[in-house]
Design a protein around this ligand. Structure first.
Ligand SMILES: [Zn+2]
Length: 226
């Protein structure tokens, strides 16, 4: 089931308030349209009736896709500063719903789910794109690390994030995004070969990979934030 709660949204431009349905939980197997909306950026993107400004609602939901084996707790980008506590909480929520404390049918579903914690919409979208492109999300973070080291002028500021935004054939497409506004700064195409090289050299990347092993917050930001 996909659960919606009624909430009040405030326009960032004019202060107009409106009642909106806020997603508390998305079941992608039953509502593939919601998955599509997350990917194209239209999910929870309300337009202000008064001024036409953006009324995008803060990210705070659980995302379940049994078919693709994904369970993702989505928190706001602002919550990143407390990622350690959020990760502990996410683990607890997953265990209650699909872990040892859950009824048997739920535990059986849980056995095939990879639990993740993300902060903000671009981070959620990235996990969905990973699934579509058969990209391992840990290897992806190692690839980003490599990109940041090798691209001159890469913005490594706290206010930006490098996100996988798509791909075709031999190319993975990334964008540097301003975290607060989600506005892309610039795009970057990386040959998929670079990803494949990292995947095929486990010993070279073992130490960094260990930082993500068994974690729910699989994101470079865990190495730089807090
Ligand atoms: Zn407005």
């Amino acid at each position: 089931m996909s659960i919606f709660l009624e909430a009040t949204a405030t326009c960032g431009t004019c202060g107009n308030q409106a009642q909106v349905d806020l997603a508390a939980s998305v079941n992608a197997a039953r509502r593939p349209d919601l998955r599509t909306a997350i990917l194209d950026g239209s999910f929870q993107a309300e337009v202000c009736a008064q001024c036409g400004g953006q009324m995008r609602l803060p990210a705070h939901l659980t995302y379940l896709d049994v078919k693709r084996g994904q369970w993702i707790l989505v928190q706001t980008a602002e919550a990143l500063e407390n990622w350690q506590e959020e990760e502990t909480e996410a683990r607890k929520i997953f265990e209650q719903n699909f872990g040892a404390a859950a009824p048997k049918p739920s535990r059986e579903i849980g056995a095939d789910l990879v639990p993740r914690l993300v902060f903000g919409w671009p981070a959620l979208r990235e996990k969905l794109i990973c699934s579509d492109l058969a990209v391992d999300d840990t290897t992806l973070e190692l690839l980003k690390m490599s990109v940041m080291r090798n691209v001159a002028g890469a913005p490594i500021a706290d206010q930006t994030e490098l996100r996988l935004v798509g791909g075709e054939g031999d190319t993975l497409n990334f964008a540097w995004i301003t975290t607060a506004s989600e506005a892309p700064l610039f795009g970057l195409a990386v040959p998929r070969e670079v990803y494949d090289d990292i995947a095929s050299e486990p010993e070279v990347w073992a130490a960094l990979r260990a930082d993500f092993a068994g974690r729910m917050f699989v994101d470079l930001k865990r190495l730089v934030a807090g």
